[in-house]
Each structure stands twice: as C-alpha cells, then as structure tokens.
Design a protein around this ligand. Structure first.
Ligand code: SAM
Length: 222
C-alpha cells in the first residue's frame, strides 16, 4: 500500500493518547494500558483502521489493539477511529494503536498479555516460494502468536487469495490450531464489519475466504 507523504501524520500520532510508539516497552503490560481489564483483541496489519474504527466503537466491552508497520497508515487509522467514536458520542477508551513489525511481535507481546482474538485481514499473499516465510500466517509467525493467545483463543483470517488461504489451513494445523472454514460448525465470522480491502475486493466481485483457527492447548508430557 503506497501512500502520499502526510506531514500531519507524525505530529498527530505523537499527540494521540491512544498511540503507542514503543510497542516493546509494553510487553506483558498491555492489559494495564486500558482503564478496565477486559478481553483483548488484536488486529495485525490494521492499515487505515476501517474495520477497527467500527468494531471498537460497537464493542466497548472489548479492548482492541491495532498493529501496523507503517505509522503513516496508523495516522489515518487514528482519524478514522476518532471519527467513528465521535459519531456515536463516545470517547476512545478501548483502542490502542501501535507501530510494530509483526515479524517481531514476540518482542512486544507475552503470555501475560492474554490476547483472546487476533484478526488478520487481507495480508500480503507473498506468492513467490522464496517469500512465503514473510506471510503473517507462516508457522514461525503462528508460533509467536500462540505464546500470547489464550488457550481456546482464535485467529480470524479473511483473504481473497485462494493459495494463501489453502496454505494457511496447513500452517495452522501444523502449529497447534484447529481450523474451521466458513460454513463449517465451529466457524464464526467474528464481526459483521469490513476492512478497506474487503470492501474493495467485494465491490470487484471477488470471493472472500474466511477461516477461524482456534488455539489448542499445548500437550504437556505427563
Ligand atoms: C493489504 S493491507 C490490508 C490492510 C487491512 N487489514 C485491510 O484489510 O484493509 C496490509 C497491511 O499490513 C501491513 N503490514 C504488512 N506487513 C507487516 C508487518 N510485517 N508488520 C506490520 N504490518 C504489516 C501493511 O502496512 C498494510 O497496512
């Protein structure tokens, strides 16, 4: 996603009370960053926050963290969140945004952060064989997410890319997750709201593929 330079982005983020510039400093302390202890949902690669801004304003009983590598898109997400909350007459109290490279997410989140749900929506498919390790659903990523996702917690994947989707089913199975495709018992869409890319691809008539992967507890040696 290439964006035009936004001179307002940095000052707006620096002044934003729900923007976390140093994600690693929050490791093990994310729950404390919210006014009340509530289930935490994480959106990885939240982009412009089109999904997060609607979802979080609708669910004050859940705390949301939006993660993206690009602070310029997070600045747009901030504006979308403020707009969506103010339209409902609400203060933003259940959302944090943070700039973080998801490949290193284990440095920013730990078991203590007890995340209940992770949304991964329209991640880059990285179709070339030599780039597949960069996929956000690649097993080395899933192993990192397992460490801070609670047992029984889930990952909700949406994509228009059939190859990424089918490969991800295999990655989840290898990494201790039980998968449910849309239509199968055990599947839940999680949210009726759509992201920027889901809207775009739906308008183009593309099929949207949805998967729920539930973390199975590790098998302990007796
Ligand atoms: C194709 S966009 C999808 C955005 C949004 N989820 C949607 O569905 O509209 C992918 C997003 O993931 C972010 N991203 C890609 N790789 C990342 C990484 N390693 N760490 C953090 N964010 C990443 C990009 O900056 C971009 O905003």
């Amino acid at each position: 996603m290439r964006m035009r330079r936004k001179p307002w982005a940095r000052p707006e983020l620096e002044a934003c009370p729900f923007y976390i510039a140093d994600a690693k400093a929050m490791r093990g302390r994310w729950q404390e960053a919210f006014p009340k202890r509530r289930p935490v949902h994480l959106e990885l690669g939240c982009g412009k926050g089109v999904f997060l801004s609607q979802e979080a304003a609708q669910h004050p009983e859940i705390c949301y963290i939006g993660v993206d590598i690009k602070s310029e898109v997070l600045a747009v997400a901030r504006r979308n969140i403020v707009k969506s909350f103010s339209e409902k007459g609400l203060e933003v109290s259940n959302v944090l945004l943070c700039a973080c490279d998801i490949r290193l997410i284990g440095e920013a989140f730990s078991e203590r952060d007890a995340v209940s749900r992770i949304y991964i929506q329209f991640p880059n498919p990285w179709p070339r064989l030599k780039h597949r390790k960069r996929r956000l659903t690649y097993p080395r990523q899933l192993i990192q997410y397992r460490a801070f996702l609670i047992d029984g917690g889930d990952i909700l994947l949406r994509t228009d890319d059939r190859e990424l989707f089918e490969d991800s089913v295999g990655y989840f199975a290898q990494s201790g997750f039980r998968c449910f495709r849309e239509g199968e018992e055990g599947f839940t869409p999680g949210s009726p709201f759509t992201s920027e890319h889901e809207r775009m691809f739906s308008q183009e008539g593309k099929e949207i593929l949805r998967l729920r992967a539930v973390k199975e507890p590790a098998i302990r040696n007796l």
